[in-house]
Write a protein that binds this ligand. Structure first.
Ligand code: ADP
Ligand code: MG
Length: 318
């Protein structure tokens, strides 16, 4: 007999993530009861992932569980928020217990690492998709925003953007080569690592911040628009992983790095003269300076205005 909705929630979803004392009542009642620390600001975000749109059909369940939380933790990172509570809506074509166990494990492991508790959700039948709504804490006035970049600020990025898009190309059979080179790229797509620690470090330093989900140039464009500025990127400064260098020619690497999506790295601006040693030590991931904020609108790469193919990394309605 197929497992019922109530049993499924109780067995696989009811104890996921970190245990937190500020969860007064978790899963099992009509709503969760939560107690935020006094005086704190709450950062709130929600993101949905749909099979065939945000991840390929047949992707392992543990990777889907990881991903739906990772994309939300990345939004917390971009705001400089400390993640706390998550809600999960799961839409499933069938109640497959092995799938659910793996999904729960992927979500649980990442949630625990970031001190996040799953406090409730909703479960329905339908095409495979998952939504997480997340809440995090920020000390008053300290949240990072997209809107604070000023001309002369340095532009920095974490990690090696482009790897995830190359990894997706590998999964889709569009890129081949030796497994030792392709596997790290595949992992960068399947297991994005939200830069929560770096986001917390940036609170006292960055003038603006965004996470790179749709492509570096496209997301830099959003930051610049919010800030009322432009940007000049130097492609010779772009960080490249050894896997990327081994897998494709420099021209393809440049395209993946500037326009590829799904990296969930942080793109941020620092006033000139900031002490970046602090970031290199405290954020847990390498950061690289890639350009400078300009007064005039628009994004230039190596002195040339960025073309459409670089700007529109990924847009659902285009
Ligand atoms: P109601 O019908 O009152 O909304 P549900 O039967 O939908 O209650 O949910 C029962 C409990 O299980 C609630 O605490 C709800 O938050 C939790 N829950 C349901 N689905 C999920 C899920 N996918 N993940 C986490 N918690 C869930
Ligand atoms: Mg419900």
């Amino acid at each position: 007999m197929p497992i019922g909705e109530f049993e499924l929630i109780e067995r696989y979803l009811s104890r996921l993530g970190a245990h937190r004392d500020d969860v007064l009542l978790g899963i099992g009642d009509d709503a969760a009861l939560l107690r935020p620390p006094p005086g704190i600001e709450l950062a709130s975000a929600i993101d949905t992932i749909v099979e065939g749109v945000h991840f390929p059909v047949g992707m392992p369940a543990a990777d889907i569980g990881h991903r739906v939380l990772a994309v939300n933790l990345s939004d917390m990172a971009a705001m400089g928020a400390e993640p706390a509570w998550a809600l999960l809506t799961l839409t499933l074509p069938v109640a497959d217990e092995a799938w659910l166990r793996d999904f729960a494990t992927g979500l649980h492991d990442l949630a625990r690492r970031h001190g996040t508790a799953l406090v409730g959700g909703d479960t329905t039948a339908g095409p495979l998709m998952a939504t997480v709504a997340i809440t995090g804490f920020v000390p008053p006035g300290q949240a990072l925003r997209r809107s604070g970049a000023r001309p002369g600020d340095e532009i920095w990025v974490s990690g090696t953007p482009g790897d995830a898009a190359a990894g997706l190309a590998v999964l889709q059979g569009k890129l081949d080569g030796p497994d030792a080179i392709l596997e790290p790229l595949r992992q960068r797509f399947l297991r994005p690592e939200p830069r929560v620690g770096l986001g917390l470090c940036l609170r006292s330093m960055a003038s603006a911040c965004i996470d790179v989900s749709d492509g570096l140039v496209g997301d830099l464009g959003k930051l610049c628009e919010s800030s009322g500025v432009g940007a000049e990127l130097d492609s010779t400064l772009l960080p490249r992983s050894s896997a990327m260098r081994g897998a494709v020619d420099p021209e393809a690497a440049r395209r993946f790095t500037l326009a590829g999506g799904d990296d969930y790295e942080l793109l941020f601006t620092l006033p000139p003269g900031s002490d970046t040693g602090l970031l290199q030590r405290g954020g847990g991931v390498a950061v690289t300076r890639i350009g400078v904020i300009a007064a005039a609108a628009g994004i230039a790469v190596d002195g040339e205005p960025a073309g459409r193919e670089l700007v529109h990394g990924f847009d659902h309605f285009r």
